[in-house]
Design a protein around this ligand. Structure first.
Ligand code: MTE
Ligand code: CO
Length: 420
């Protein structure tokens, strides 16, 4: 750096500080500047040289972000191989979930597959049964798309009343990443689907051999077989080297480690679409093939793991999504649903993607009952939990998209509650 550029930089800093001073005194919303050792004393990080460029080949978050982790609920499942951990939604912002924080759900643990040994077969009602290597798939035309994945069991513990204390646990079986892959239509066209084909069966290469039936129209519409997420290869726990992306539909259908697609003329009635992922109603009948994830939202801040710390200026933040399209509007109530105001959507509002919303508000320390209600591009409005129970009863595990209530106490502590 030449002397003149140092000089210029100083001048620039000086000018911008003077500018900031004017802005502060004019607004008078922040604390008056007073002597503070963090301003007046030289700190270690300024006194000493920092570490050189990272010696680790792959970077990690700052050591001050140790709380930003996936968590599980130990009593929820019998074994870690057939279990789940949850995305820390209350620690995140924007709409993209960092790959290392995406919740995981496995039925028989994580398959570790060398991509050189992975194969994808397409068979059944096709002109030409085919087997693809990963190299074959990488030579086909690619697409990039951002989609949410929500497990059908997200919020499943809450059917009979408020249970888990934190949006990480009540709503954290959702993530939103950018996928890179090949559209399923491209692969099916290559094999030549026969005219009587109506259903696909997607099968995983994990020890569960997890499989689901998928209507062929959906398969030809917007599904992807992805090999990358957020710009790099899928993580093993997310299905490396290849997973199905079934936009807007329940997470269970997004078969990981996908090894086979069979084309047929009727659903296969697999375990995952009969004894599981069906919804037992109050009269003993079951809803089946409930593929689409309806509009849903949650306030992530404040929430039980992220209490309010300050009176005065605050940012309420949350996420909304719909498996039927885009989020049109999110309303927020601070008084348990009596009064509603429209939240500000900020950042990209994409089809079948998480959408970020904010309400900038002043808090005087009063108790609040915070709720959010999403409306999607079809006009569908997220129901209250009671409205949902009237139709669905309380036997269900899956597809609970009812409105969440957080009670914020006068000391800022926040709790999962329901309004009776
Ligand atoms: N695919 C296989 N092969 N095995 C599995 O156990 N779990 C399913 C689905 N695909 C599963 C699978 C379920 S229930 C969900 S919710 C999603 O994967 C979870 O995807 P994630 O682990 O990337 O969050
Ligand atoms: Co699931």
């Amino acid at each position: 750096m030449s002397d003149s550029s140092i000089f210029n930089r100083r001048k620039f800093l000086g000018a911008s500080l003077a500018g900031a001073g004017v802005a502060l005194s004019a607004k008078q919303t922040l604390a008056q500047a007073k002597p503070d050792p963090l301003i007046t004393d030289v700190q270690d990080w300024q006194r000493y040289l920092g570490d050189g460029v990272d010696k680790r080949p792959y970077g990690t978050p700052s050591k001050f972000e140790k709380n930003v982790i996936r968590r599980d609920v130990p009593w929820l499942t019998a074994s870690p191989e057939s279990s789940v951990n949850f995305t820390p939604l209350h620690e995140l912002d924007g709409i993209i979930t960092p790959s290392g924080l995406c919740f995981e759900r496995h039925h028989s643990g994580i398959a570790e597959i060398d991509p050189a040994s992975h194969r994808l077969m397409i068979n059944g009602l096709v002109e030409k049964p085919l087997v693809f290597t990963m190299d074959d798939i990488r030579r086909m035309p690619r697409v990039n798309k951002i989609y949410f994945l929500e497990c059908a069991a997200n919020s499943g513990m809450e059917w009979r009343g408020a249970q888990l204390n934190g949006c990480q646990f009540t709503h954290g079986m959702v993530h939103n990443v950018m996928y890179t892959g090949v559209s399923l239509k491209t692969l099916l066209d290559e094999a030549g689907v026969k005219s009587n084909a109506k259903w696909l069966m997607l099968e995983g290469a994990d020890a569960a051999g997890m499989n689901r039936s998928l209507p062929i129209q959906k398969g030809l519409d917007d599904c992807i077989l992805a090999f990358a997420m957020n710009g790099e290869a899928l993580r093993s726990e997310q299905g490396y080297p290849l997973r199905a992306v079934i936009p807007g539909w329940e997470g269970n259908m997004w078969v990981k480690w996908i090894r086979r697609i069979e084309v047929g003329d009727q659903p296969w009635q697999t375990r995952e679409e009969t004894s599981k992922y069906t919804d037992l109603l109050a009269d003993g009948r079951s809803r089946k093939h409930t593929f689409i994830m309806d509009a849903k939202s949650v306030v992530t801040n404040p929430s039980p793991q992220a209490p309010l710390k300050f009176k005065g200026r605050n940012v309420l933040s949350g996420l909304a999504w719909s498996g039927r399209g885009t989020v049109k509007r999110v309303d927020v109530s601070m008084d348990g649903g009596r009064n509603w105001q429209s939240a500000r959507l900020d950042g990209p509002v994409l089809d079948k993607s998480l959408t970020r919303f904010y309400v900038d508000f002043d808090w005087s320390g009063q108790e609040m009952m915070i709720q959010s209600r999403a409306m999607d591009s079809t006009g569908y409005v997220q129901p209250s939990k009671d409205e949902l129970r009237k139709v669905r009863g309380v036997n269900s595990i899956y597809h609970n998209n009812g409105i969440q209530t957080w009670l914020v106490r006068a000391n800022g502590e926040t709790e999962n509650v329901e309004i009776g």
